[in-house]
Each structure stands twice: as structure tokens, then as C-alpha cells.
Design a protein around this ligand. Structure first.
Ligand SMILES: O=P(O)(O)OC[C@H]1O[C@H](OP(=O)(O)OP(=O)(O)O)[C@H](O)[C@@H]1O
Ligand SMILES: Nc1nc2[nH]cnc2c(=O)[nH]1
Length: 178
């Protein structure tokens, strides 16, 4: 049995409403694009990407990167491993980088640094969750679903030690005895 409980923080309905609002802004801001390359940062963002992509009305291509820095811990190792790179080219393309959560900012800053070396035409950042109080590396965010407090969260694609990604809502992790 898990040695922690998950307390609801953001409901599935609240997430859906915010995704509608974010998608409307992206559709407006990229209305003249020939094609928007939606880059999903796995694994945590797989549910968010699936829901967001279906609300986009501009021409879209989807590609994925896998990055990892937390392992089975609730603290970042600050050592970002690019486990899988993009399959396609982004030179001269319009790119939307989609992340589930920005915490210290290390993961995104490393991925943005890498993608910028490939000279995209535009590179914008979308995150479902943001923990501003935890930031160690500054990252400009173009689209954000929710600012959340300094708590470890799971659900809606986001894991603790690979568990809980299947929860339809976002919840906070509370270890027994803490
Ligand atoms: O801003 P940071 O402090 O870098 O944290 C954010 C990153 O942490 C999580 O990834 P994780 O390394 O746990 O991999 P996962 O996406 O496979 O769960 C999350 O998905 C973000 O990518
Ligand atoms: N699962 C999970 N991963 C994270 N990575 C950075 N912050 C978090 C968090 O709150 N929960």
C-alpha cells in the first residue's frame, strides 16, 4: 500500500475549462501559421498534450521529447537527461513546447536551450502547472493553466515514482506521519 495520501487540488472540470482558455489564445496567436509543431515533453505532459491538441484549430504536427530529472524523488536532481530527442526538424518552424509542470525551471531551460540551437521561427512555452515560489532558473511562460503552491502534485499525467499518472484530477501528495 502507498505510504502517502493524495488530496484533490484541481478538479478535472477546472482543468478542462483552463485548457479551453489556453487553446483559444494559442489559436489566436498562431492563426497565420502554416503549421504549428506541438512538442510534448514526456512523460508527464502526455494527458495535457492529448487534451490541448484536440482544442487546437490551427494546422498542427505533434512531436515528443522525453526528459527526466526527478527519478523516484520529490526533489529535482538538477541534472536533466534528454532521454529521447525530437523525430522531426524544427528549423524555421513555429514551435509550441508543452510541459505539465514548471518547478525549479531546470528541465525547461535545458530543453529550450537545446531547441533554440536549431533556429525555430517561433518558440513559445505552454505549461499546465507552474510553481513560481520554487523557481531557480528564470523561464518566460507564454501560456499557463494554474499557478500552484509549493507542494508535490500528482495526477493528470504527473507521477510520483511512476504512480498516479492515471488520476483524472491534480492532487497533492501527503506522506503518512508528516
Ligand atoms: O522545473 P523542474 O524542477 O525541472 O521540474 C519539472 C519537470 O519535472 C517533471 O519531470 P520528471 O523529471 O519527473 O519526468 P516525467 O515527466 O517523466 O515525470 C515534470 O514532468 C517536468 O518536466
Ligand atoms: N510529480 C511531480 N513532478 C514534479 N516535478 C516538478 N515538480 C513536480 C511535482 O510537484 N510533482
Amino acid at each position: 500500500m502507498a505510504d502517502y495520501d493524495v488530496k484533490p487540488l484541481i478538479t478535472a472540470d477546472e482543468i478542462a475549462t483552463q485548457i479551453d482558455a489556453i487553446a483559444a489564445k494559442i489559436n489566436e496567436n498562431f492563426k497565420d501559421t502554416k503549421k504549428l509543431i506541438v512538442v510534448g515533453l514526456l512523460r508527464g505532459s502526455f494527458v495535457f498534450i492529448a487534451d490541448l491538441a484536440r482544442k487546437l484549430t490551427v494546422p498542427v504536427e505533434v512531436d515528443f521529447m522525453v526528459a527526466s530529472s526527478y527519478g523516484d524523488s520529490t526533489e529535482s536532481s538538477r541534472n536533466v537527461r534528454i532521454v529521447k530527442d525530437l523525430d522531426g526538424q524544427i528549423h524555421g518552424k513555429d514551435v509550441l513546447l508543452v510541459e505539465d509542470i514548471i518547478d525549479t525551471g531546470y528541465t525547461l531551460s535545458e530543453v529550450v536551450r537545446l531547441l533554440k540551437t536549431r533556429d525555430p521561427n517561433r518558440l513559445e512555452i505552454c505549461t499546465l502547472l507552474n510553481k513560481p515560489s520554487r523557481r531557480e532558473v528564470d523561464i518566460p511562460i507564454d501560456y499557463c493553466g494554474f499557478d500552484i503552491p509549493d507542494e508535490f502534485v500528482v495526477g493528470y499525467g504527473i507521477d510520483y515514482a511512476q504512480n498516479n499518472r492515471n488520476l483524472p484530477f491534480i492532487g497533492t501528495v501527503h506522506f503518512h506521519g508528516e
